[in-house]
Ligand binder design. Structure first.
Ligand SMILES: Nc1ncnc2c1ncn2[C@@H]1O[C@H](COP(=O)(O)OP(=O)(O)OP(=O)(O)O)[C@@H](O)[C@H]1O
Ligand SMILES: [Mg+2]
Length: 253
């Protein structure tokens, strides 16, 4: 594959006798929008956890921009330029929607003890981040909830908020874990088209787990299919949806 930003080489992850991942090799090209699908329990989230340093693989290697990253901790992986969102959003329920979004970006100057008292050092950056946050919130249909408490949001809005928090960072590779789960069809499509625009205009790379195939397949360039911790198939969306093994895996649950 030309210019892979991410390479997963023969990765396995066992939990006792459970082989959550069992020898997965795949790569994600720079600037790609790549799907990762598979039935429940096939190992998708585990793969994201291995890539982002939440789990150390039992076997295998993960490479990002030509550098080996398995064994790094989640914060080190994040600082390399990989950000992930969680299948179950991790938010701060007592804060507002805007505050939750603003808590994400790394390297905020105002958080450095020496600079915190010097307003001019952080004011401009904070204003720019707030502007970016508001733009993303409006784009994702959350414009009316900017100052609402997260506890007032619907499950779908919370899911969207989790994705927005990921997009606030300056990462190069974004791993989104079921961004459209529970989100209404039209909004889900709008979100995916916005993600694709980010990819097109800013050269970002997206690797996306999604059960909502009817939404995902319209937007991604390429799809990997996991089943029982192994790669079952890969290809362009229209090839994968017609693949017999894939259809059987999904029907078999
Ligand atoms: N921390 C853990 N401890 C033990 N078993 C785990 C752990 N994490 C995942 N597993 C097991 O590994 C397998 C793969 O789980 P994983 O969450 O990666 O699947 P998934 O493809 O993301 O599924 P879903 O579509 O339901 O989110 C499952 O059998 C799961 O029970
Ligand atoms: Mg999962």
């Amino acid at each position: 594959m030309a210019d892979p930003i991410l390479e997963v080489k023969d990765v396995a992850k066992y939990f006792g006798g459970v082989k959550a991942l069992d020898g997965v090799t795949l790569s994600v090209p720079r600037g790609g929008m790549i799907g990762l699908i598979g039935p429940n329990g096939s190992g998708k989230t585990t793969l994201f956890n291995v890539i982002t340093g939440f789990y150390v693989p039992t076997r295998g290697e993960v490479w990002f921009e030509g550098e080996r990253i398995d064994g790094l901790n989640p914060n080190e992986v994040y600082l390399k330029g990989i950000v992930r969102t969680f299948q179950i959003p991790r938010l701060f329920p007592s804060l507002t929607v805007l505050e939750n979004v603003l808590l994400t970006p790394p390297n905020q100057i105002g958080e450095r003890p020496l600079y915190a008292p010097i307003r001019s050092k952080w004011e401009k950056q904070e204003r720019e981040l707030a502007r970016k946050a508001v733009r993303l919130l409006k784009r994702f249909g959350l414009g009316d909830y900017i100052h609402a408490s997260v506890s007032e949001l619907s499950a779908a809005h919370i899911k969207l908020l989790e994705t927005i928090r990921g997009l606030m960072t300056d990462a190069k590779l974004y791993l989104l874990d079921e961004p459209a789960a529970g989100v209404a069809y039209d909004m889900a499509k709008e979100m995916f088209s916005f993600v694709r625009r980010l990819r097109d205009e800013e050269g970002l790379t997206f690797f996306i787990i999604e059960h909502r195939l009817e939404v995902l397949m319209e937007f991604v360039d390429y799809v990997y299919v996991l089943h029982n911790g192994k790669l079952l198939a890969e290809g362009k969306p229209d090839e994968v949806v017609q693949n017999k093994a894939v259809i059987e895996a999904y029907l078999g649950g």
